[in-house]
Write a protein that binds this ligand. Structure first.
Ligand SMILES: [Zn+2]
Length: 113
């Protein structure tokens, strides 16, 4: 189920909505002031998903999708998943490398470590 956040144009209050579909729910109004002109914030909730959340919700089958491969935040996620399945705790060095790669995927081709 998609989660959307809406921001009130009048008072700035942010409202989180569990949407039934992909459109905006009807009758949406600000909890604080009742304003109905709420603007949807783009994927804010998903964007701020922590890496541990990503790992917890990771489905190995999603690895085959193009969108999965294009998202640098998914770099090493499968490796992390396999380690977790095996009950192995990733080393700090491994996690640091992953963080660096996720922040700047071009490091791989630059040969930096
Ligand atoms: Zn408001």
């Amino acid at each position: 189920m998609p989660i959307y956040e809406y921001k009130c144009g009048k008072c700035g209050q942010v409202k989180t909505v569990y949407a039934q579909g992909f459109g905006d729910p009807e009758g949406l109004a600000c909890d604080a002031c009742g304003e109905t002109g709420l603007k949807r914030l783009v994927s804010r909730v998903n964007y701020h998903q922590s890496s541990s959340d990503r790992l917890a919700s990771y489905d190995p089958r999603s690895r085959n999708a193009d969108s999965f491969m294009r998202d640098s935040r998914n770099i090493g996620l499968h490796a992390e998943h396999m380690l977790k399945q095996a009950g192995v705790k990733p080393t700090e060095d491994f996690q640091n490398k992953l963080e660096n790669l996720r922040a700047d995927p071009s490091r791989v081709t630059k040969g930096e470590d």
